[in-house]
Write a protein that binds this ligand. Sequence first.
Ligand code: TYD
Length: 211
Amino acid sequence: MPNQGHLISFEGGEGAGKTVQIKRLRDRLYACGMDVVVLREPGGTTISEQIREVVLSAKNIGIAYTTEVLLFQAARAQLYREIILPSLQVGKVVLMDRTRDSSVVYQGKVRGFGEELIEQLNDISTENTYPDITFLLDVPPEIGIKRRQGTDKMDRLDMESLDFHQKVRDAYLEVAKRDDRDRWTIVDAAQDIDTIEEKIWEEIQARGVCA
Ligand code: TYD
């Protein structure tokens, strides 16, 4: 049975403002009468949240990159089977704070596992599911890190060097500009929150999610 719903993902580096934009989009879609589910990766189910704790804990600095790759995929596999695929089948709109492209960028490109291998794992975890629409909230890492500092949201990956965050940004821009499946919109996330919200909403309407 073909999917009836819409899978919309938000991607970007630390402090890009994904969370606030997802909340605003959720409210606008509700107002439009849509049935909306909001999820984050890694996480979103009881099992996936337990995996999140292991993979992101600042205590686990000894985690091997290979372990990291597989744990992100394990959390994803559970989330797609338990919530995302059934939600899409009944016509819901699923808003995601990160999904498969985070693995392509962080593990595939920045850690060096390669895009091809990561996409193969992504296909297994998601049962070959791609977002219909993906927003890249693009912000220079200096700004993103400053937004994040002083909050209690600093995790193991936030504590990486500026060079790491710059590589993440460059990798996202490369993937988004290539736009293999005509699904990416790059948003300048250094702009103010209301302006970003409008830009996202325009794209949602242009794509016919809430006409
Ligand atoms: P989170 O606190 O959700 O970060 P943010 O608010 O920036 O989205 O932590 C998620 C972290 O995990 C983030 O640093 C990116 C990383 N990550 C990967 O490296 N690979 C993945 O597949 C996913 C889903 C996340």
